[in-house]
Design a protein around this ligand. Structure first.
Ligand code: PEP
Length: 244
């Protein structure tokens, strides 16, 4: 299975960063056995796609409704219109900052698919849940609650992102990543049958050029979702290289 390396720029970047995006796109072209993409602030997607048409871009959230009186929100169709191929949904920062529930994420995932977007749906446990030995229970409940039953498995990838590993420089042991990814795979195949085997399960949380090769070699790790280390070509390209 081809690996997918996705950068999540979060609330970073203005038009001044288009040159950096160009360096990422040019560097990533050398690794044509890897799928790579950047999920940008919505304000940058159109300009980036105009300049770098061959590269894949995505958003970081969308509303569950197709349009309407939702001040400040962005619909899935608006993301495709701007040039997005995908959208990150259910990121832990949105679950905590915006109070998004599994039901919210599920509705957004359905809306995104209906608009033709590929969904990268995030799940992950807190440090307290991990310490209490609840990691797999939490992850499986999030998958049950946020992945729509009727979604076509080829329209979704899952990102396992331990919340305590995001932006902290801390990463789970390889065995922990292997065990959670195996549990997610079992869930997906039980729910979606053979198609569940083709869903990529990305790892996210402090991935960088030094640890990427070891993480990406873990069974059932189909790629990475990268925050801080995706903001520059210098840091992002070694991760794409590690996936190649
Ligand atoms: C993220 O927020 O999706 C993420 C993985 O961040 P970082 O790589 O900075 O830990």
């Amino acid at each position: 299975m081809r690996k997918l390396i996705v950068g999540n720029w979060k609330m970073n970047g203005t038009l001044a960063q288009l040159d950096e995006i160009g360096q990422i796109q040019a560097g990533a072209a050398a690794y044509d056995n890897v799928d790579s993409a950047l999920c940008l602030p919505a304000t940058l997607i159109h300009a980036a796609k105009q300049r770098f048409a061959d590269f894949q871009f995505g958003g970081q959230d969308c509303h569950h409704a197709p349009k309407g009186a939702h001040t400040g929100c962005i619909s899935a169709e608006m993301l495709t219109d701007a040039g997005s191929a995908m959208v990150i949904l259910g990121h832990s920062e949105r679950r905590s900052d915006q109070g998004e529930s599994d039901a919210d994420v599920r509705a957004k995932a359905s809306a995104a698919c209906a608009a033709g977007l590929h969904v990268i749906l995030c799940v992950g446990e807190t440090e307290a849940q991990r310490d209490a030995g609840q990691t797999e229970t939490v992850i499986l409940a999030q998958l049950m609650g946020s992945v729509p039953d009727d979604i076509a498995a080829e329209h979704i990838d899952i990102a396992y992102e331990p919340i305590w590993a995001i932006g902290t420089g801390r990463v789970p042991a390889i065995e922990e990543i292997a065990s959670v990814h195996a549990a997610i795979r079992t869930h997906l195949t039980e729910r979606f049958g053979q198609a569940g085997r083709a869903v990529r399960i990305l790892y996210g949380g402090s991935m960088n050029g030094d640890n990427a090769a070891a993480i990406l070699a873990v069974p059932n790790v189909g790629g990475g979702l990268i925050g801080g280390a995706s903001l520059t070509a210098e840091k992002f390209l070694p991760i794409i290289k590690a996936a190649s």
